[in-house]
Design a protein around this ligand. Structure first.
Ligand code: FMN
Length: 214
């Protein structure tokens, strides 16, 4: 199959790119054809909301990296949206791509396409009240105000937990549904605080397993 990864990290060779490359390498081992588009070089502007596309057969007034993305998606069987978690959501670069799908939503649509989401966060994927308590202690010990360094996804009550990626996953799933992509799953790797952390993550195995399952 033809597999396309759209890497939504603005950081070249960052954790999201390592996750994407690991996946693509494993996919090639299984005989698949692969392509990666990095949104740090392929620039996509935000949608202008002008509605030109809806009266012009999906054509957009903006000529930018979205043309390459559509071309690649039209040839792909599977598109993987890979994004770092930014402010509890997808990166702005990735959101711009999803917003631009608006030009196709009520016009020409997409051909039959599967999709998946890769999401990389600095914090752990599941934040428990114990983790928050540990962070508060750390802040206290370092004489930082109590709100410095907290995870942005809200503080779970004692004994409860919160899924740090929930907003990003929800947006991806709804966009997949609207555009009639067959969702093959969401793959999350948390705790990737510094550039390069992903290289040593044992969790990359689940990405290789996903590629080998295709
Ligand atoms: C602007 C910005 C916002 C971020 N917001 C979050 C966040 O809300 N939650 C979190 O766990 N990590 C957050 N992070 C950390 C990144 O998700 C993490 O460092 C990730 O590994 C970056 O991936 P990259 O190396 O591919 O760019 C943020 C990082 C940046 C630069």
């Amino acid at each position: 199959m033809n597999i396309l990864v759209i890497n939504g990290s603005p950081r070249k060779n960052g954790n999201t790119e390592t996750m994407s490359d690991t996946f693509l390498e494993a996919a090639r081992e299984n005989g698949h054809t692969t392509k990666k588009i990095n949104l740090y070089t392929t620039k996509v502007n935000p949608c202008l909301g002008c509605d030109y596309c809806h009266s012009h057969g999906s054509a957009c007034v903006q000529k930018d990296g979205m043309d390459d993305i559509y071309r690649a998606m039209d040839q792909a069987d599977l598109v993987v949206f890979a994004s770092p978690l930014y402010s509890c959501g997808l990166s702005a670069q990735m959101v711009a791509v999803l917003n631009r799908f608006y030009s196709r939503v009520h016009t020409v649509g997409f051909h039959s396409l599967s999709s998946a989401l890769f999401i990389v966060s600095g914090g752990p994927t599941i934040i428990t009240s114990e983790i928050i308590a540990r962070f508060k202690k750390m802040a206290e010990n370092n004489n930082l105000p109590r709100n410095v360094g907290m995870f942005g996804s809200g503080e779970p009550a004692v004994g409860e937990s919160t899924h740090i990626n929930s907003a990003a996953v929800d947006q991806y799933r709804k966009v997949a549904k609207i555009n009639r992509f067959a969702d093959l799953g969401v793959f999350e790797i948390g705790g990737m605080r510094a550039k390069g952390d992903m290289k040593n993550s044992p969790e990359l195995q689940k990405i290789r397993d996903f590629a080998h399952s295709l």
